[in-house]
Design a protein around this ligand. Structure first.
Ligand SMILES: Nc1nc2c(ncn2[C@@H]2O[C@H](COP(=O)(O)OP(=O)(O)OP(=O)(O)O)[C@@H](O)[C@H]2O)c(=O)[nH]1
Ligand SMILES: [Mg+2]
Length: 346
């Protein structure tokens, strides 16, 4: 599960990547694709940790790939190599430059960059769809398959992303192998100069982002990089000075987590308070397998307390006494922020 940071040269991808992962990749260079892991901030875990004072607190994690932009190339051109790197990602965060970069001779043009990137992705997808459609017709593929590709072609010709095609109209499992760029969930991060870090995204840009079925947020990568270097006390003062409520990076990671339909369930105790990552819709037995394969194999039942119920009562014992402990079987669909205790026997 990887989220790719993508965008044109010098937009701040590596600066964002370093703040996310705590790594120290060189900025201002391009270079190779880099991988790193980021902790998913979660105030529910913070609160559980305060209650249990465990020996260890473990947050969820997710992986990011920093995909360099192309230097020297016209910004409307993404090479086959870059396109392939982007195709390998499960979801995309487009980092868009909205600050003057002295190393580049163009003024920031965030709206233009969003449009240009989207157009590149549309053309790359259209290329695959047209070729596949031609072959499908020649080989007399099923009417259903031809119809699906025609639907995709019509969508892309309107410069709409494949994300715009409703779930029931495309068999996405069958299309997974193509890695269509415009079908990947997209978060557009407008990387703004320091003074504008806390301002709303201008309406024309918001409209653009909505039109391509993406989520949008603004941040200032250089502010985030500075914040990451401060201790918590100083962080708060620094944010207040800039008129910001919270580090944008936390919001960024949480948005990216939701973008790929990930949720967390929790295990709690004196040893460890921990968040586990699953896809939305995962049944209890499979979720138990995240913790240990024995728990999946020998699954008997899951004892579940939704986080708000736990907080209302303050302890597992109090929840039990109130008759609110949920005893669930293997097919129970785990919800975000469920406290789960798996009973098993192997
Ligand atoms: N003022 C300002 N400068 C920034 C910001 N984000 C990045 N920069 C600077 O812009 C330059 C490029 O940043 P990078 O993070 O290397 O950009 P990139 O998108 O990784 O670039 P490539 O990998 O070459 O495509 C560096 O000199 C950064 O210090 C920002 O929010 N504000
Ligand atoms: Mg870079």
């Amino acid at each position: 599960m990887k989220i790719g940071l993508v965008g044109f040269a010098g937009s701040g991808k590596t600066t964002v990547f370093n703040s996310l992962t705590g790594l120290d990749a060189p900025v201002g260079f391009g270079g190779d694709v880099r991988l790193g892991r980021a902790t998913v901030p979660d105030d529910r875990i913070d609160r559980l940790s305060e209650i249990f004072s465990p020996k260890k607190t473990t947050y969820a994690e997710m992986s990011f790939a920093d995909i360099p932009g192309e230097h020297g190339a016209e910004k409307t051109g993404l090479s086959q190599r870059t396109l392939q790197q982007i195709r390998d990602q499960e979801a995309l965060c487009l980092v868009v430059r909205d600050f003057p970069n002295p190393a580049l001779d163009t003024d920031p043009d965030p709206t233009g960059d969003v449009v240009a990137f989207h157009t590149e992705c549309v053309l790359a997808d259209l290329d695959i769809v047209e070729r596949r459609l031609e072959r499908a017709r020649k080989e007399q593929a099923s009417a259903q398959e031809i119809a699906a590709f025609e639907r995709m072609k019509a969508t892309l010709e309107k410069e709409l992303p494949l994300r715009a095609v409703p779930e029931e109209e495309l068999d996405r499992a069958a299309l997974a192998g193509y890695g269509f760029l415009t079908d990947k969930p997209l978060l557009v991060a407008i990387n703004r100069e320091e003074e504008k870090a806390g301002e709303e995204i201008p309406p024309d840009l918001t409209d653009r982002i909505e039109a391509i079925k993406a989520a949008g947020m603004s941040l200032s990568a250089s502010v985030e990089a500075e914040i990451a270097d401060l201790d918590p006390e100083d962080q708060r003062a620094f944010l207040e000075d800039l008129g910001l409520a919270d580090p944008a990076l936390s919001r960024f990671i949480r948005t990216a987590y939701g973008l790929v339909d990930l949720i967390s369930f929790f295990t709690v105790g004196e040893d460890e308070v921990r968040a586990w990552t699953i896809r939305r819709g995962t049944p209890a037995r499979k979720a138990a397998g995240k913790i240990h394969s024995d728990l999946e194999r020998g699954f008997i039942r899951a004892e579940v307390i939704p986080f708000p119920v736990f907080m209302d009562h303050g302890s597992e014992q109090a929840v039990k006494e109130a008759g609110l402990l949920q005893v669930e079987g293997k097919d129970y669909v785990v919800s975000d922020a469920d406290l789960v205790c798996v009973r098993f026997n192997v």
